[in-house]
Design a protein around this ligand. Structure first.
Ligand SMILES: *Cc1c(COP(=O)(O)O)cnc(C)c1O
Length: 370
């Protein structure tokens, strides 16, 4: 599904040198490398503040803590996503309110969001699923109308760009009140362990996020509020700082592979290629087909026999997960998400796919589905 080894070998010297520098400096925590990467990522994304943390899940949790949300406050999330999005809401004693997604883009459905708003709604967490932004124009409008926070889950979408009706273009994660991303190894900008970051343009929020990520502490051993311990370590920052200058090439390589897939599958009526959000670029964290009129699981098995890996992201929507079962929701309440869970299939997607591999994958998919 991914090839991190070949990608490493292309910039091995830079990565090795960065890691060696950290070891030589012995500044493993809060070292210069973390500051350098933070500054470089601010320049790349255009976010006024980047706050590096331990992982993407922590970033989401810290974002909700920094907004001062209280138990009973409702937070709207899509039901078709990775579990972390709702997990942190539940962990903080907030109430997750799930909504359906769109069939084409697989992102949050705007009408469902409007219907889910109550007097207790405090925040919306749109997930830029698989690498393209949700409909941020509409979501920002809803947030203004109802005075809500937007916490973008941009864990899969770093580098994606969204263009507003007024012509303004912003990067995924820098649009809402706070944005969150993950540097998990297989993410579009991945380190060699765990890592994550928050983005915000608000000075006071940045200060609060920084403090919460550091035990609620601004002055050493003086704790202003209850925080957590979540930091990006210097070795991971060194890896990320070596990879960041290549992020645009990495995105272009993913887009090229996606275009090859699109072209190969466009004529096949049993495979629906990913639909596009009108005003977002797509950075293809995943290339996800919808299998129609054929058995998805059987297709996956046949592909495995031919040495083509394929994965199901995600087989069970949030409202059907055992830990999140809720009397407010029943099967059938979110028909698009439920249908997607039964028909999506993600193909290998990474920066090192060459024409030979793509030809092998696509011809085998087309044969296996016949
Ligand atoms: C990866 C991911 C996360 C969590 O990131 P971690 O770094 O693994 O904690 C959260 N949300 C989405 C949509 C993700 O893809």
């Amino acid at each position: 599904m991914v090839d991190l080894q070949t990608q490493y070998l292309r910039i091995k010297q830079d990565i090795d040198a960065g890691i060696q520098e950290v070891i030589d400096s012995a500044a493993f925590i809060k070292g210069q490398k973390v500051k350098d990467f933070q500054t470089h990522l601010e320049a790349y994304t255009g976010a006024k503040h980047v706050i590096p943390v331990g992982n993407g899940t922590d970033a989401l949790q810290i974002a909700l803590m920094a907004l001062g949300l209280k138990p009973g406050d409702e937070v709207i999330t899509p039901t078709f996503t990775f579990i972390a999005t709702a997990e942190v809401v539940a962990l903080l004693g907030l109430t997750p309110v799930v909504v359906d997604v769109e069939w084409e883009t697989m992102n949050m459905d705007i009408e469902s969001v409007r219907r889910a708003i109550t007097p207790r709604t405090k925040a919306i967490v749109p997930v830029h699923l698989f690498g393209q932004c949700a409909n941020m124009e509409a979501l920002m409008q809803i947030a203004r109308e109802h005075d809500l926070y937007i916490v973008e889950d941009a864990c899969q979408a770093i580098g994606a760009k969204y263009t507003f009706a007024n012509g303004e273009t912003k990067q995924a994660g820098t649009i809402g009140t706070i944005g969150c991303t993950s540097f998990f190894p297989s993410k579009n900008l991945g380190c060699y362990g765990d890592g994550g970051a928050l983005f915000t343009n608000d000075d006071a929020l940045a200060d609060r996020i920084q403090a919460i990520a550091n035990h609620g502490c601004r002055v050493r051993y003086h704790h202003d509020e209850i925080g957590v311990n979540s930091r990006l370590d210097s070795i991971q920052a060194a890896v990320l700082d070596a990879k960041l200058p290549h992020l645009d090439e990495y995105i272009a390589a993913r887009q090229k592979a996606a275009a090859y897939y699109d072209e190969a599958f466009r004529g096949c009526d049993r495979l629906l290629i990913p639909g596009h959000e009108a005003h977002s670029t797509h950075v293809y964290h995943q290339y996800t087909l919808r299998v129609a009129g054929a058995d998805r699981d059987q297709l996956r098995e046949r592909l495995a026999e031919r040495g083509v890996p394929a994965m199901i992201y995600y087989p069970v929507p949030l409202h059907q997960q055992k830990a999140y079962l809720d009397p407010r929701y029943k099967d059938g309440d979110f028909p698009v998400a439920e249908r997607l869970a039964s028909c999506v299939l993600s193909l290998p997607m990474h920066t090192e796919l060459d024409e030979e591999q793509l030809a092998y994958i696509t011809s085998n998919v087309l044969e296996a589905i016949r």
